[in-house]
Design a protein around this ligand. Sequence first.
Ligand SMILES: Nc1nc2c(ncn2[C@@H]2O[C@H](COP(=O)(O)OP(=O)(O)OP(=O)(O)O)[C@@H](O)[C@H]2O)c(=O)[nH]1
Length: 885
Amino acid sequence: MESTSTATSPTLSNFSDGGAEHLNLKGEDVQEIFIENKDRLVNAIDATKSILNAIRNFNKDDWVVRYPQLKDSEPEPAAETGEAASESVPSLSTPPRRKSQRRSLSFADDPTFETEVIVEGPRISLSRSTSLPVIHDGVESECMPSCDDAAAEKEADSVRLIPSSDFNVLRLDLKLGAHSSSSSAASLVSQLEKASIANLLDDRIGSSLSHIEKLRLRVEDTSSKVLVTGDLNAGKSTFVNALLRREVMPVDQQPCTTAFCEVHDAAENNGVEEAHILKEGATYDIADDSTFARASLEALEDIVGDNEHKAPHEQSMVKLYLADTRAPSESLLNNGVVDISLIDAPGLNRDSLKTTAVFARQEEIDVVVFVVSAENHFTLSAREFLQNASNEKAYLFIVVNKFAGIKHKERCRRAVLDQIRQLSPGTYDDAEDLVHFVDSAAALQPYTANPAFDDLESALRSFVLVKRSKSKLQPVSTYLSNLLGDIELLARTNIIVADVELERAQEDLSAKRPVLDQLKKSKDVLENEIEQVEEDNTTKASETTKSMLSKAIERVGQGKLGVDVPTISMPAYPGLLGIWDYARDVRRAMLASIDDAVRMAEDQARGITKGGVDKIKDLGELHLPADAEKNTRVFMPEAMFRATRKGHRGTKSRRSSTSYSNIGGAIVAGGLHGLGIGLAQRHDLLETTFFDLFDVNHQWFVHFGDAKSVSDDTDAMAPSALSVVSVGLGALTMVGGQALGARAMLEGIVRVSDLLSNETARKWAAPVVGAFALGATAYLILELPSSIPRTVGRRVKASIVKGDGSEVPVSFVDAHATRVGKETRKVLRLAGWDLRGRFTKSMDDSTKEVKTAEEAESKAKKAGEWFGEIAEKAVGVKETVVLAA
Ligand SMILES: Nc1nc2c(ncn2[C@@H]2O[C@H](COP(=O)(O)OP(=O)(O)OP(=O)(O)O)[C@@H](O)[C@H]2O)c(=O)[nH]1
C-alpha cells in the first residue's frame, strides 16, 4: 500500500476542494502563498527537529521518557499498523473525533500505574489559553453550572486531559495496548524495563528525525515536471513552443517528435542554451559530460529526426536548456519558485503509448498536459491514456488545440467535454479550470492578443504551484502535525507521570525531612547525654567503690573484718602458743574480707553500669527513629571485672571483649597495679611478722605520744629514736621461731642500749630497759587476744592504704576506685559508641533518603516544567504547519 497516494489521491475533487480557487488567483499570489507555506514548513521542520533532539537528550540524560498506553472504555476501530501510523496519511482519512472520551492511561513499563484521562480530541488552531478546557464527557464544564463545584474540582484534579488517544508517528509496536489484556501480555509488560521502552522510543524518534530530514529536502526541492503528451500531430510541439514563446521544438505536419524533450531553464545550465542528449544506460548528471552529448539547439530537429527509426523502448531523452527572458511572473519555466520543466513527449500511438504512460507515472511528474486536436475526436490511444492517467497521482490538464480553425466552436466544445466526462469525470467536474480550448499556432504569433492561451498559461502555472503545495507541502504538513500531536501527547502524559512522581517525592520528603531535622537536633543533645551518663555513672561507681573500700579498710584498721559476710569470720584465739598462727589467720581473714569488699564494690559497680547501659538504651529509644537499626549487643554484668579470656577459637581478643559484648571477658578483679589477685592470696601480704603481734610504734604513741598523731600513717613518720627501736626490735623477729626467747630478747635490749652512746645512759639503761621490757612484755602478752586483731588490722590497713611497700604509689582504695571507674566507663563508652554508631547510621540513612527524595522531587519538577514547555512548543509549532489557503 502506498499511503502517499491515498493522501494525494488523484481525484481532482481533492484539488478543487481547497485549491481550485487558486486557479483564479494571479500567479504572483500563488507563488507568494507557496513560498510562505514552504518557509513555514521548513521552519516548522527545524523547530520539530530541535524538539525531537531535545527529547532525545532529555531521555538520555535527565529523565527516562515514559511511553503511555491508553485503554479505551469503548472498543476502538482496528488498530493501524505501526508502519501505517508512521506515515502522515492515515489520519487524514480518519474523521477527527470531536467528542472527548475517557481513557485509562497506563505505562507499559509500570503496570501498577493507572489513571483516568480525558482525551480532548484533535485541536485545530485553538488558542493556547483555551487549549486545555476541562471537559466532562464531551461537555465543557463551563456549561454545567449546576454541577457540584467541589465534585467538579475534584474531578478536574484527578482526571487530566491529554490531546489525543493514540500515537501516529511515534507509535511503538509493543504488541500490547488496549487489545491485549491477556495475562501473558501483562507479564510481558512487567518485564519490559523503562529503559528498553525509552530506547525503542529513541529509535522511533531517530527514524522520525531522518524522515523529516527527507521531507525538508522534498519541501526545498523546487523542481516540478509538466509532461505534455497527446495524440499524434495534435500540436504538442507547437503548444510547447507557444508556452516558451519561441520555436524550439521541431514542428511538422507529419508526426515527427520521437524523443522525450525535457525543457529546462538555461539558468540550470549556467545560462547556456544547448541540448544534452542523454546516453543510454547512464544516469544523467549535468556535471558529468560522460553521461550526455552536447548539441546546439539548431541541431535539435536532426536529433529528433535521428530517432525516427528507433524502436519505442529506445526512444531517447533530450534535455534542452532555454533562456526565458520574460519576467518570472509571466514565465512558466523561470517563475522564480518552481523549476518547471516541460517534457514534450512523442505523440501517442500504439508503440509509444506504454512508454508515455510509464513516463507519466514517474514520481516527479506533477502535471500531465494532454493535448488533443479540436479537429479530431480522441483516438483510442488517447482514451486509454486518459483513463489510466485519471487513476494516477498526477493531475490532468486537457488542452484542446487548433481551436481557432473550428467553425462550430460550441458544438465542438460540447462534443469534447462530453468525451472528457466519460474518460475522466474528475477533470470534467473542473472543466473550467482544467480544460482549455486554445490555438497554439496563433499564440505563437507575435503581438497578437490571445486571452484564451494566456488564461491557459496562467492556470497552468498556478496549477503547478498549487499542485506542488498539495503534493509536496500538504503531506509534510500532515506528517508534522501528527508528529507534533504525538509529541504533545508524549509530553502531556509525561507531565502526568512527573506530577505523580513529584507528589510521591513530596510526600516522601514531608515524612522524611522531619526525621532528619529531629536527628540533627538530637545529635548534640544525645552526645551530651551520653557523655553525662558515662561521666555520672563512672563517678558513681568509682565513688561507691571508694567509700565501700574505705569503710572496709577503716573497719579492718579497727581490728574488725572489712565486711560482715557469713563466709568469713575472725579466727578464735588459740592461746599464747598459737599466736603466730592466730596472727596469720587474722590477717588472712581480714585480707579476705577486704577482697570481699572489693567484690561487693564491683557488684555495686555492675548495678550502676547496668543502670547506665539502660539509660543509654533509653536515650536510643528516645532519639533514634523507629526504623533505626536495633541494638545487637548485650550487656553482661557478670562479665565485668573478669580476666580477659583468651579467644575461644584462637581468635585474638577483640577490643569489645568486655562485659558489653557478645563474648565475655573483662579486667581481672584488682588486676590493676597488681592489686587484684585477691589480697588473701598474696604471700607478701600474708607474711606474719613480729609487729603483727606487738606494734611497738603504736603502743608507744598510744602511751606516750600525742593521741592525735596516732594515725594510720604512723609508718610514714620520719625515722626517730623509737622507730630505730622498732627496727632494733625487728631484729628480734621470731622468724623461724615459735617462742619468744627471753635471752634473745635481753640481748636485743642490750643491743639497743649499745646504740646509746651516752655514758650516763648506759649506766641506767640496762636496768631500766630491762625492767620496762619485762613489764611491757607481760602487759602485751595479756593483751594479745584483743591486740593482735587490732595490730594486724592496723598493719594491714597501713600496708594497703599506703600500698604494699612496693613501687606502686597508689593507695589500694584509689586504685580500685580507678579500676572500677575505668571498667564502668569502658562498658558505658562501648554502649555510647554503639548508640552513636547507630545514630550516625540513622542520620546517614536519613540524609541519604532525604537527598534521594529531594533529587526525585527536583527531577520530577524539572521534568514537569520541561515537558510543559515541550508541549507548549509542540502546540505552537503545530499551529504553524497548517498550510495557508
Ligand atoms: N492551425 C493550427 N495548426 C496547428 C496548431 N498547432 C499545431 N498546428 C499544426 O499541426 C501540425 C502538427 O504540429 P506539431 O506541433 O508538430 O504536432 P505534434 O503533436 O508535436 O506532432 P508529433 O509530435 O509529431 O506528434 C503542424 O503543421 C502545426 O503547424 C494550431 O493551434 N492551429
